[in-house]
Design a protein around this ligand. Sequence first.
Ligand code: ZN
Length: 335
Amino acid sequence: MERRRFLKLIGCVPLLPSGMDFSGRVMTVEGPKAAGSLGKTLIHEHFLVDFIGADKISATRWNRQTVRKAVAPYIEKAKSEGIQSIMDCTPAFLGRDVHLLREISREHTIHILTNTGYYGAVNNKYLPKWAFTETEQQLADRWIREFENGIEGTDIRPGFIKIGVDSGKLSELHKKLVRAAAITHLATGLTICSHTGPAPAAFEQIELIKKMGVRPDAFVWVHAQAEPDKNIYPKAAQMGAWVSLDGMGWGEFEGYATWLSQLKSEELLNRVLISHDAGWYTPGTNNSMKSFVGYTNFFEKIQPILRSNGWKNSDFDQLLIKNPEEAFTIAIRKL
Ligand SMILES: [Zn+2]
């Protein structure tokens, strides 16, 4: 056994070797940055998603230059709204391509954060075969290694953990992914974003990570807009979890404005994240401009409604600057 891991097991040293403590910073594809440098951030978008499945996916299915050309006008439009950072939420085996992300980051002078973790939703179609057989510790070790050493032979490290679970009661396999995410969090301080949807699976996951010793503020309830009972958001927010209303690329603008105003009136805006879940280039399709969803509906469709409801610039800064910075600053959040 490696000495460091042995020492960790007997509780003598932190997991990460010295020089690997990035706490207090954020991890972009260009390396660690001061947390305050993120600026206006979209916390859940996509540049490329390939739905072919974990058994068939390969980076030969797309051409990076073609993808870059397709996303460029949309990124520039987001920048014209003041966006300085975008979190790419495409997980491994769904088209995560860190070379592409670094190229986009450089081309547009924009911070991009990528992720580690596995996406179990859609009946495990996007899980590699070892996810079914390995233990939560073995899976976590793989994710922690990406943080320690870089992803796929690069020096690009993940800036957050992205997992995905199906809605309803968590399967044993999905519980394992959540536990692996909790272990990874405790070793790295990376925040856990879980593709979740309706509330029951969100609360089950929050309880699960608490049992593993992780505070709920290390957990982002991704796609919370899919929960029909909006009155349950405060419960998650009061527990400390981040409520992510992140489908603004896809309509329901009045709805988003209403839910956000409700959370504001309950003084819970400091637990809310927003984004579009938009994009993206899809390998194997014609990728017409029509099929691409831009990253600016919040500014064009929702912000005007909120302004007419009395929202101030400081409220928008809370959602787009302060909260992303707090949520994704690397910090071990132990119970
Ligand atoms: Zn997404």
